[in-house]
Write a protein that binds this ligand. Structure first.
Ligand code: FES
Length: 122
């Protein structure tokens, strides 16, 4: 995704996200973990790919969200998981617009945009 891809979505009723706190939010069918680290909001996937822990129920440790189940850490700006890079998650652009938190999510792929398997009959 480039800096201009995707569409901004209101996060809705997320109370003022205080420094060091995490909040779960469902936006356009995705469950996100939203928080504030070093004064800056961030948004990452809520579901831990290791075994499904809810990251918004975990802890914030510096610039990492720590999963409540097995303590894998995820960098809040990139989603990178130093404990197991194959478990990295997505991080999303986030902003305050007219007092509302918004996140930018990728547009859903349509059939015409998806790669098609090679057809040996052609
Ligand atoms: S489920 Fe998150 S670290 Fe295992």
């Amino acid at each position: 995704m480039t800096d201009t891809d995707g569409k901004w979505h209101d996060v809705g009723a997320v109370p003022d996200v205080a420094e060091g706190e995490l909040s779960g939010a469902r936006v356009a069918g995705l469950k996100l973990c939203i928080g504030r680290s070093d004064g800056e909001l961030f948004a990452v996937d809520d579901e831990c790919p290791h075994a499904g822990g809810s990251l918004s129920e975990g802890l914030l440790d510096g610039d990492q969200v720590v999963c409540p189940l097995h303590a894998y850490g995820f960098e809040v700006r990139s989603g990178h998981c130093p404990d197991d890079p194959s478990c990295s998650i997505r991080a999303y652009a986030i902003r305050l617009e007219d007092g509302k938190i918004q996140v930018r999510l990728p547009e859903p792929q349509t059939d015409s945009q998806e790669a098609r398997p090679h057809d040996p009959g052609q």
